[in-house]
Design a protein around this ligand. Structure first.
Ligand code: DP6
Length: 334
């Protein structure tokens, strides 16, 4: 077929995820090979829907996020994934990428995980290359590390692997296995000063990173078992410990990264006090000030009541465990 007439498209949907055992720091920044393994849960109801159209008449790759033409670093990362798809499909055709989020980008829910998972699936689907779940997860990882965990469904573990081909994520339990809920406490809409890509590069400058990484197999094993046993107390203890450890590394990096606001700590304290009184809830925080309170779904109403009137709380969003990334419209045409 003439290159000019090449026109293949597909659309995929993926959810963001919240990490219970965090990915922080790479042993290879370019390939996003993580310093340590991580475990997360996909977030139902929060969706990124991405359409990729490989079009032989284009002279460059083009990206739109929520209708806004986007270049710079975001486009470079998108190209990284598209280049890999072109290499695998043995073709040289540019693409338009149109990505829509059903959650506002400014609110502090990371969209790169869902965005790159949806991109990996739609781009490979558009050109019709047959990729299994692990290969798709590895492809998404090239755009954003945490995106590899948004390819499989439910509760997911990303193994470090030995290199590019075997560092990917897989489900450890399906979406309906444990009725957990993420109550996302939105405190600030300020854009982050230092995003996670740069933060990941700085992790090794903290003297605490090596011991955090060395101890990760223990935390992964406790977290994995607590999920499989649905043991909330064991789960809560390890999730909070892991978040605190990552933030200790962040705060002792060079330059230091302080993501918490005073209000974040107020929410964390409220959760700890309530758990001591028997509420099945614990906190975890990513590279920003918002607090994710993970609880058993039955008590999410109590969690909302606990935090909704605390200082600085703008909104609480609820998300249960979500499914895998999926193609929603595969309209590839010859
Ligand atoms: C704190 O996956 O966003 O959310 O690979 O540079 O895109 P890049 O980083 P990213 O880092 C996520 C960091 C985290 C912890 C986690 O999700 O595991």
């Amino acid at each position: 077929m003439e290159i000019q007439k090449f026109s293949h498209s597909a659309t995929a949907l993926a959810h963001p995820n919240i990490a219970f055992i965090k990915y922080w720091g790479n042993r290879d920044d370019a390939l996003r090979l993580p310093a340590n393994g991580s475990i997360s849960m996909n977030l139902e109801g929060l969706d990124t829907r991405t359409r990729v159209h490989f079009d032989g008449s284009l002279r460059l790759d083009e990206l739109q996020i929520d209708g806004v033409p986007t270049g710079g670093e975001s486009l470079e990362r998108v190209k990284r994934v598209l280049d890999e798809v072109r290499r695998l499909a043995v073709m040289q055709v540019f693409a338009t990428v149109d990505s829509q989020n059903n959650f506002p980008l400014g609110v502090g829910i990371a969209s790169s995980a869902s965005g790159f998972a949806a991109l990996a699936l739609s781009a490979s689907g558009a050109v019709g290359i047959d990729m299994d779940e692990s290969s798709l997860s590895r492809l998404a990882r090239l755009g954003s590390g945490s995106a590899c965990r948004s390819i499989p469904g439910g509760f997911v573990e990303w193994v470090t692997g030995t290199g590019d081909l075997d560092s990917f994520a897989a489900s450890i339990a399906p979406q309906g296995y444990w009725d957990l809920q993420d109550c996302i406490v939105l405190l600030s809409s300020e854009p982050k000063t230092i995003g996670s890509s740069l933060g990941n590069k700085l992790a090794g400058t903290s003297p605490f990173q090596a011991s955090r990484v060395a101890d990760t197999p223990r935390r992964l094993s406790i977290c994995r078992k607590s999920i499989l046993d649905r043991d909330f107390n064991a789960f809560a203890t390890i999730v909070e410990e892991d978040s605190n450890l990552m933030h200790s590394v962040m705060r002792t990096s060079c330059p230091p990264l302080f993501y918490w606001l005073p209000e974040s700590l107020t929410v964390m304290q409220a959760v700890r006090v309530a758990r001591a009184a028997g509420l099945h809830a614990c906190y975890t925080i990513d590279a920003g000030p918002n607090v994710h309170i993970i609880c058993e779904a039955l008590v999410s109403g109590d969690v909302v009541k606990l935090v909704e009137n605390l200082p600085g709380v703008r909104e609480v969003r609820l998300a249960k465990a979500g499914g895998p990334a999926r193609l929603v419209d595969n309209s590839a045409q010859a």
